[in-house]
Design a protein around this ligand. Structure first.
Ligand code: SF4
Length: 495
């Protein structure tokens, strides 16, 4: 890790992309704050601006680059005396020095493996160096890190592995995040324990394929389960190595993590969604992991086996459905979400109809759907992108509307139930107060999530700060996107 002297001034980080990038931005924030810098609320107030960009879709790269242009415009307006500007994350890792050719005004570039060098990079740039670059891959197979959070938080993201060995034909991630490597179970448990000691009550374990966690780490503590299976055969790390169900069970039973209430994880691959991981979702009295939230995000990408094969996904729809059926048998209230790509090369109307059929069959709570865009350097980029843009858009809109109907039905089924939420902050939907004729002077709308990951907007009449609190709330209404709960109708709110 690089060294830098104490620093001053304000920084602003603009984040694009997935939860891994959100976690990386939190780490950047903590690193700069540890050196004495202050987080700015707006880019205009900052002396250092960082764009943490995503490369998964073409649109995301364009967004990051157009944001870069607007920050440069802002700097010009300030007569060139504006902030220094850098790009990090997957965009920095992939495009490296090419970014200086595209945007010569850019001051620094860094990658996903060099985040810890950020204070040193900023220090060098503030001392007059230009085009500073730190975007090398860490080629060692060991992965060790300590989670850094900034301020008091009830939730934290914890990176447990990084990289991906799956090489789905459309995906750029193996090229930006490298090969899979995992932290050890002992290290992750100690890390979570120190977060719990700081007040964290919910952790989300992060990695491109968290359920293949453990590959290459020897199971010296002889933890169970010793090996993993699923409907298609043996999967994941080999016998004699650590694995993801072992990690969940270690976190659940370590006395230092006793105050932890929820464990979540993302993202995962159906190939590594083992029988032993499914068993963790059972009730504790039936051998399940008590703190594991009843939520699963398991990307399926398409409902057509023919398309899955071209995507290089190595799973099929029959095995995926069998996994979901087994999961729901053990945990009937589980909330399931997925990712879907529409318009992959060769996708026919019949393939697309099979995806809709899958939505009907599996009744997802949430679907994150995208139109396919070719990423240079991937195997799919060599296939003919033969689904027209208009057909991709039609299919995407159709699928989203189709899913909205499913989600609304599921959400309406929750009205009248009492559910536990963790309050994550103030909601953007403060207008709900006016709609409900409540005094806006004292009332606030808060947003939180249930264990099964449904968003709840809670109207509270009292001025007290609910951030970071676990509450039992009664659900009063539902839309296809969220549940509503109110304090005002005499429902009991338990802390
Ligand atoms: S599993 Fe496939 S889609 Fe997911 S990160 Fe790896 S290569 Fe990309």
């Amino acid at each position: 890790m690089g060294s830098a002297p104490p620093m001053s001034g304000k920084f602003f980080i603009k984040t694009f992309g997935c939860q891994m990038n959100v976690a990386d931005s939190e780490r950047m924030t903590a690193l700069l704050a540890d050196k004495g810098m202050e987080q700015a609320q707006a880019a205009e107030d900052a002396s250092v601006i960082i764009i943490n960009g995503c490369t998964v879709r073409e649109k995301a790269v364009h967004k990051a680059l157009s944001q870069l242009g607007s920050y440069n415009f802002m700097r010009k307006r300030k007569g060139g005396k504006g902030p220094v500007i850098g790009v990090g994350g997957c965009v920095g890792q992939l495009d490296k020095e090419n970014l200086f050719k595209r945007a010569p005004y850019l001051d620094f570039v860094f990658g996903t493996d060099t985040i810890d060098n950020l204070p040193e990079i900023v220090h060098r740039v503030e001392n007059g160096e230009r085009h500073v670059i730190y975007a090398d891959f860490d080629k060692s197979m060991d992965y060790s890190t300590e989670t850094k959070i900034h301020g008091l938080k009830a939730q934290a993201f914890v990176n447990i592995m990084k990289g991906c060995d799956k090489y789905c034909t459309y995906c750029i991630v193996p090229f930006t995040r490298g090969k899979e490597k995992s932290r050890t179970i002992d290290e992750v448990v100690s890390d979570v324990a120190q977060l719990v000691a700081k007040g964290v009550r919910e952790v989300t374990l992060l990695g491109q394929n968290v359920n293949s966690f453990g590959k290459g780490n020897s199971n010296t503590a002889n933890r169970e389960p010793a090996e993993l299976n699923n409907v298609i055969g043996k999967v994941g790390p080999r016998a004699g190595e650590e694995n993801f169900p072992q990690l969940l069970r270690a976190l659940d039973t370590d006395p230092r993590c006793a105050e932890l209430k929820r464990i979540r994880f993302t993202s995962s691959h159906p190939l590594d969604f083992s029988d032993e991981l499914i068993a963790c979702y059972a009730k504790p009295e039936n051998g399940g992991v008590a703190r594991l939230s009843p939520h699963l995000h398991l990307p399926v990408q398409s409902g057509s086996d023919a398309v899955l094969q071209k995507m290089g996904r190595h799973h099929n729809i029959e095995s995926y459905i069998a996994q979901m059926d087994r999961l729901r048998e053990l945990c009937p209230d589980v909330g399931i979400s997925t990712d879907i790509i529409v318009g992959f090369p060769t996708e026919t109307e019949e393939d697309f109809q099979q995806t809709l059929k899958l939505l009907d069959r599996l009744q997802y709570d949430n679907v994150y759907a995208f139109a396919y865009s070719s990423r240079p350097g991937t195997r799919a980029s060599k296939m003919q992108d033969d689904v027209s843009a208009s057909v991709k858009n039609e299919r995407l809109n159709h699928l989203l509307q189709y899913q909205n109907v499913i989600a609304e039905k599921l959400y309406v089924g929750r009205v009248g139930k009492v559910m536990e939420i963790l309050v994550e902050g103030e909601s953007k939907n403060q207008h709900m107060i006016d709609k409900n004729g409540i005094d806006p002077q004292t009332a606030r709308v808060w947003t939180g999530k249930t264990g099964c990951n449904r968003v709840v907007n809670l109207i509270s009449r009292s001025p007290r700060n609910l951030l970071g609190k676990f509450l039992d709330v009664k659900i009063t209404a539902a839309t296809c996107l969220s549940l509503h709960a109110e304090e005002s109708l005499g429902q009991e709110i338990l802390e």
